[in-house]
Design a protein around this ligand. Sequence first.
Ligand SMILES: C[S@@+](CC[C@H](N)C(=O)[O-])C[C@H]1O[C@@H](n2cnc3c(N)ncnc32)[C@H](O)[C@@H]1O
Ligand code: SF4
Length: 454
Amino acid sequence: MVSRMSQTIELKYATRSVPRYTSYPTAPHFGDGVDGATLATWLAALPDDRPLSIYLHVPYCRAICHYCGCHTKAALRDDPVIDYAQGLVQEIGLVAAAIGRRLPVGHIHWGGGTPSLLPVDSFRAVVAKLNESFDILPTAEHAMELDPRTVTKTLAAALAEAGITRASLGVQDFDATVQKAIGRIQPIETVTAAVEALRGAGIAAINFDLMYGLPHQSAETIRNTVALAHGFGPSRIALFGYAHVPWFKKHQRLIDEAALPGAGERIALERTARSILAEYGYEAIGLDHFALPDDEMAVAAKNGDLHRNFQGYTTDACDTLIGIGTSSIGQSHGGFAQNDPDIGRWRKAVEAGRLPVSKGKALDDDDRLRAAIIERVMCDYAVDLDAVCAAHGVTVDAVADAFERLAEPIADGLATLEGHRLTVTELGRPLVRIVASAFDVYLARAAARHSVAV
Ligand SMILES: C[S@@+](CC[C@H](N)C(=O)[O-])C[C@H]1O[C@@H](n2cnc3c(N)ncnc32)[C@H](O)[C@@H]1O
Ligand code: SF4
């Protein structure tokens, strides 16, 4: 049961706009001070012995779901997708040349869009280029986001053969009325066929994406969706709150706003799904993930080894992430580099032999310190500030400004501070981003500018 007290506190903070902290500084603070030449310098300076992670973005889907907030566009034919895959192969070559050595890779993640839209031959060509350019470790996790409607037995076999170890399926909601309202008709039989094809091919690690906050969802529909999802036994479930931003994603205007749950209903939907997942034995991880106790993510969370990057919560501990494909963001000790989000410009840059970076952010020591603190708060709901500061060669005085901003959430019972150990309370867990934001100097500066302006 959601107590009245916790509802009141959550509603108080619900309208505050705070980042999801999949990076720090967050993407809105990226600028044009970083280009392909900057990235080339960072890549050349990578250490020899630390495994890398690679993220590949495929910005195409067969049709655009009304709710979609991802960077993607519709491709009715295969030609643009095949051409895009050739661009991926070229970009991998450019990155490898900038690194200048064959470095180990511990994680590969394909996101989108719908990477499963790549024709099998194109997919194989990209994987072959990865194998030629990097030393992909035998223990590497190789994960792909898949639309169940595109998963055939042939595709599943090709994915398994190429080394895919984990598949993440966009399920969203099983209710027919909700599916109609979100423009994604996906009968349960489609999901069954996709899961059977993947498991039949030997891809045993399956994640489901579910969403709450969608039109026409009720306690009953979400309970039913979670029960049906559980029936498939996915080892992980992500439960994303629908982000409705029709001014930014114009196709979201197809969503009937009158049918959207209000702020209080959204909280109740999330709590309902959360409590049923707990009854089914899923462990809650961070803000929006759930995993069976023997899943690597649940184990990492228990051991304090959970991480957060642009894909959200991850077991990936690599400190360098290479982003391949339009709009992808890479991260290394030097900073963040984001590829051009325009497919045409990205393609032209790659064709011309240039790393297709359009913006980014070079990091200083203060950024790295605050990023480490925010990551621990988001992943562990607790952080020993003395320990993290000491690991960065400073004392807690370096983040003294955060204590003032923590006063309100602490007074509201969202967090406690004992000495310099900050802990997010049960009440504060859904609002962990508010607690994390106390360490965000970019947000604080923007807020200060804003209040001066008014
Ligand atoms: C790239 S898609 C997953 C793969 C594939 N494209 C699919 O939809 O089946 C990533 C996930 O983002 C989530 N998502 C998409 N739009 C969203 C939005 N506006 N708000 C919150 N989550 C969203 C969905 O759960 C979706 O499964
Ligand atoms: S939710 Fe997935 S399939 Fe639907 S438009 Fe977005 S990326 Fe494409």
